[in-house]
Structures are given as structure tokens and as C-alpha cells.
Design a binder for this molecule. Structure first.
Ligand SMILES: O=C(O)[C@H](O)[C@@H](O)[C@H](O)[C@H](O)COP(=O)(O)O
Length: 244
């Protein structure tokens, strides 16, 4: 398994994971903007994804970042109309994303059925946007982790999990509702300086242990993703319960 070995950072609870990750992300984004003039971050859905955005929006030091130079993307999106309550970007917006000072053109949203004919068409469009507006290397990819070890919309044992013929794929019959999604692939997620897993809750303890240990793909999508420079597992104590 190539990439940086996982580094586990334990926190007392979910709020602490979100707050500490927000501080780390501000620093990483500031470094990227100062060093390279731009930062590309892939956000995650789920409760920890929105908790992180909320912590960013409330962070007293959020103003240190020139947000006009930051591009945000989503590691996955539910294939639902723009503004739908169950979309990851809608939930992130409501958590405070739109208060950061991002340039709307740098907030790269996945097309839903209201602006695309299919999830496949939406995935192809998102891939084109990545190739055209991305930097070829993520600065930070943020990933929540499901109890089954899924990340983004890549589920162990699902046909889309190990697709390596595209950067972005359509996902049907998702075990986690809603059933149709668009997801960045494992290879593309791994093409990042940093991959940061943000995980809380005892129901994730097995998934965290398998992810950190490098379990096979049939048991863990998380274990297949590592950053080129850093792989961080930002977890609370309940989620760390099965770590040796
Ligand atoms: O679209 C999604 O559902 C998310 O991207 C998904 O991958 C999420 O990150 C995990 O299911 C963890 O979700 P929680 O943090 O809510 O447990």
C-alpha cells in the first residue's frame, strides 16, 4: 500500500474532532495559498462533514485564510436536485460554508437531476470540471467513514468501489440512502497531499480499526485511501475503541 502511513489523532468527542480538524484545515489551506497561490479541498458529506464546516465558520481565526483563492469540491454527492435537504452541499451550506467568503465559481457543486440527464452525465461533467479547474493534486481530502468502512459513496463490495477508469463515477443502489450518487474514485481521492478521515462514534470503531490496519477492499474502502504526504485519522475516543 503506497502513500503515507496512517497517523491516529484521538480526541474526547465529536465536537473536539471538528474543532481540531477545523484549525488544522485553516493552517493547511493558508499554507497552500501562500506557497502555491491556490488551495483545493474536497469536502465530505455526513454529520462529521457538516460539523467540520460549522467549526470552520465559527473559528476565530478563519479570517487568516484568503478564501478567494480556495476551491472546494465534494468527494461525493447525492444525486438530488440543487437545494435538496439531503444533498451534501446543502447540508454544508447550512452549516456555514457560504459564510466563509468563498468565490461562488470556486465552489464546485455536483449537478443533480435538475441540471443533468443522469448520474453518469453528472459524473462526467464533474470529471471535466476537475480536469479543467483542479490543480491535478488535492491539498486536503476530507472523508467521513461509514460503519461498513465506506468513504464518499464507495462501498465495500459495490461495483463502483474499485473503478479505476475514471476520476468520478456514478453510483447506483447505494447501501446508504439515497440510492443514486456521484463519487470521486479511490485513486483520485488518493491523489492528495493530505487525506484526513474525520470519524466519531462507537459504531465506527470496527471501521476505524480496519481502515488504520489496511484491511482489504472487501472490508474497507477507507483502507484503500492514503495521502501522498499525510494520512490522518482524526477520531474521538469511542471511534478509537478497537485500535490496538
Ligand atoms: O454522502 C455521504 O453519505 C457521505 O459522504 C458519507 O460518505 C459519509 O461521510 C459517511 O457515511 C459518514 O457519515 P457520518 O459522518 O454521518 O457518520
Amino acid at each position: 500500500m503506497s502513500g503515507a502511513a496512517p497517523l491516529v489523532l484521538r480526541h474526547p468527542d465529536a465536537a473536539s474532532v471538528a474543532a481540531m480538524t477545523a484549525g488544522r484545515l485553516l493552517a493547511a489551506v493558508q499554507d497552500a495559498v501562500v506557497e502555491r497561490g491556490v488551495a483545493h479541498v474536497a469536502l465530505t458529506g455526513g454529520s462529521m462533514g457538516s460539523a467540520l464546516v460549522g467549526a470552520l465558520a465559527e473559528h476565530r481565526q478563519r479570517g487568516v485564510v484568503d478564501w478567494s483563492r480556495v476551491h472546494v469540491w465534494w468527494g461525493d454527492e447525492r444525486y438530488l436536485p440543487a437545494g435538496d435537504d439531503d444533498r451534501n452541499d446543502t447540508q454544508n451550506d447550512r452549516a456555514g460554508l457560504t459564510s466563509l467568503g468563498l468565490v461562488p465559481e470556486h465552489v464546485h457543486r455536483v449537478a443533480g437531476p435538475d441540471t443533468s440527464a443522469s448520474a453518469e452525465e453528472s459524473a462526467a461533467a464533474y470529471e471535466r470540471a476537475l480536469r479543467e479547474h483542479g490543480s491535478g493534486l488535492w491539498d486536503v481530502v476530507l472523508l467521513g467513514v461509514g460503519p461498513d468502512g465506506h468513504v464518499a459513496s464507495l462501498f465495500p463490495g459495490h461495483p463502483a468501489q474499485l473503478r479505476d477508469d475514471a476520476l468520478v463515477v456514478a453510483v447506483h443502489d447505494s447501501p446508504k440512502p439515497p440510492p443514486v450518487r456521484v463519487s470521486i474514485t479511490i485513486d483520485c481521492l488518493s491523489n492528495s497531499r493530505g487525506v484526513w478521515f474525520v470519524v466519531s462514534g462507537g459504531d465506527k470503531a470496527d471501521a476505524v480499526a480496519r481502515g488504520v490496519a489496511g484491511a482489504p477492499a472487501a472490508e474497507s474502502s477507507a483502507a484503500q485511501v492514503r495521502g501522498l504526504e499525510r494520512t490522518l485519522w482524526l477520531v474521538d475516543e469511542p471511534a478509537a475503541a478497537r485500535l490496538v
